[in-house]
Design a protein around this ligand. Structure first.
Ligand code: FAD
Length: 478
């Protein structure tokens, strides 16, 4: 070993979970280090949230230009074209700008960044209650990091289909898709979850022929039935093919110059599918391989995710785990909040446990969807006596002004207690609108109280306020 670095808190993995935890630890005066084998920012900054949203924005601009005439603007259709190199460059610049910001944030807080692959080698020789991480540095040298507390935030990677492993040309993961040098003529998207639907929307906007192949009976299967049905309707209206309750026969996949063919379905209903390439977006698996968990008592569940208590402590009490590597809600803001809760706990505080269903969920397709709380189906399954109101954006001035009236706000409340049970939005800027619903649930506001707060006119936020009032028959908007 080259040397041993001693800190109070070592964070393994520098994604949104890890770097947020590190900042909070530094704010509390702890000597903090992040061990990162790739680039600070993690999946979120380099393969997830940010680059995909940059591409979606370019696709949105293109789609808007194609219907510019509906706003009274004439643009000759042959004057509009996609410069995909520039689209990719803009994405890279966006990532770069945030990457530099993140690096200066680390410097500001005096957080030590150790570039290398970390492996837990067990309780430290300096103190049995602390952890030691061996780090293989980029140049092959080894370094060891000794800390009182360790936070594992190593994230996740795309799950592959056995027999249909990604090759970067015919079969792509979402990581590969971000690196496409040109747009394919057609694509088969396997898995109609968040990532699949976002890619379907953006590639369809870019003129790619898109087919979604989904094994369950609907896309966005974890969202409220009404939202998932509306998203399917809107995507189909744009020409996206959606096949549900269909599974692929991996051993039938054949490739040729123009792409691939594969059989889907079963028995008589077999379908022959063909596309230039395939994007596999069927979920993510935790990054625990080579982590040295065998040197600890840390437990993992049947799917390999690290098991923690509600303060994110693993079975080794001085080792915490947060973010995608523990499963649950695999979103950047969830990872960040878990990171903060873990640091507060190791600092001797008792942070409130985070209720998983109160973490907002977002899909950045066109239109966007967002939700917080239970779906109507979940609420009914829990035996809650629900009341439901739906406010269509068609009735909202700002949506008409924007020329984007698809979708609605759906609010579900408990008839007895008057608690807000869930809010589900599909429509323009849905992902920004959900923040108010999230605050309302945090403050335990009643629908009536949310409706009483004055929503500026004309804004899309009126849809939420009016939906809340509509629960008591008090909306004046319709
Ligand atoms: P990660 O961000 O995965 O970071 C883990 C880090 O640990 C990585 O940098 C990795 O290199 C490092 N690491 C792993 N093992 C080691 C090791 N042994 N030693 C050293 N370093 C190691 N979420 C949202 O909230 N909004 C979105 O819009 C959104 N869009 C997404 C789009 C796509 C295409 C994808 C794939 C994901 C998206 N997500 C989105 C999910 C989000 O990216 C993740 O939930 C989030 O990044 C998880 O953060 P994390 O800190 O747990 O892990």
């Amino acid at each position: 070993y080259l040397m041993a670095i001693e800190v109070d808190v070592a964070v393994l993995g520098g994604g949104p979970g890890g770097y947020t935890a590190a900042i909070r630890a530094a704010q509390q005066g702890k000597r903090t280090a992040i061990i990162e084998m790739s680039k600070l920012g993690g999946t979120c900054l380099h393969q997830g949230c940010i680059p995909s949203k940059s591409l979606l924005r370019s696709a949105d601009v293109y789609a808007t230009l194609l219907k510019a005439h509906t706003y009274g603007i004439s643009v000759a259709e042959n004057a509009i074209s996609i410069d995909f190199d520039r689209v990719q460059q803009r994405k890279d610049q966006t990532v770069d700008q945030l990457y530099r910001g993140l690096q200066s944030l680390m410097a500001k807080y005096g957080i030590t960044i150790i570039n290398g692959k970390g492996r837990i080698i067990g309780p430290s020789i300096f103190s049995p209650r602390s952890g030691t991480v061996a780090v293989e540095l980029a140049d092959g040298e080894m370094e060891s990091v000794v800390s009182k507390h360790l936070i594992v935030a190593t994230g996740s990677r795309p799950r592959q289909i056995p027999g249909l492993e990604a090759d970067g040309r015919y079969i792509l993961t979402s990581d590969d898709a971000l690196k496409l040098e040109s747009l394919p003529a057609s694509i088969m998207i396997v898995g109609g979850g968040v990532i699949g639907v976002e890619w379907a929307s953006l590639l369809n906007d870019f003129g790619v022929e898109v087919t979604i192949v989904e094994a369950s009976d609907r896309i966005l299967a974890t969202e409220d039935d009404d939202v998932s049905r509306e998203m399917a309707r809107l995507l189909r209206k744009r020409g996206v093919k959606i096949l549900t309750s269909v599974s692929l026969k991996a051993d039938t996949c054949k490739t040729n110059e123009s792409g691939l063919t594969i059989t889907a379905g079963s028995g008589e209903d077999d379908l022959e599918l063909q596309a230039s390439c395939m994007l596999v977006s069927i979920g993510r698996i935790p990054n625990t391989e080579g982590l040295g968990l065998e040197n600890t008592d840390i437990r993992t569940d049947a799917n390999g995710f690290i098991v923690t208590n509600s303060f994110y402590q693993t079975s080794e009490r001085h080792i915490y785990a947060i973010g995608d590597v523990i499963g649950g809600v695999q979103l950047a803001h969830a990872a960040a909040h878990e990171g903060i809760a873990a640091v507060e706990h190791l600092n001797g505080e008792k942070p409130d446990a985070i209720a998983g269903h109160l973490i907002p969920r977002c899909v950045y397709a066109r239109p966007e969807t967002s939700s917080v709380g239970w779906t109507e189906r979940q609420a009914r399954e829990k035996g809650i006596d629900v009341k439901v109101a739906k406010m269509p954006f068609q009735a909202i001035g700002k949506a008409i002004v924007a020329g984007e009236t698809d979708g609605f706000v759906k609010v579900i409340a408990d008839n007895e207690t008057n608690d807000i049970i869930g809010v589900h939005i599909i429509g323009l800027h849905a992902t920004d609108l959900i923040a108010e619903a999230s605050l309302a649930q945090l403050l335990d506001a009643t629908p009536w109280e949310v409706g009483q707060s004055i929503h500026p006119h004309p804004t899309l936020s009126e849809a939420l306020g009016e939906a809340m009032l509509a629960l008591d028959g008090a909306s004046t908007a319709f």
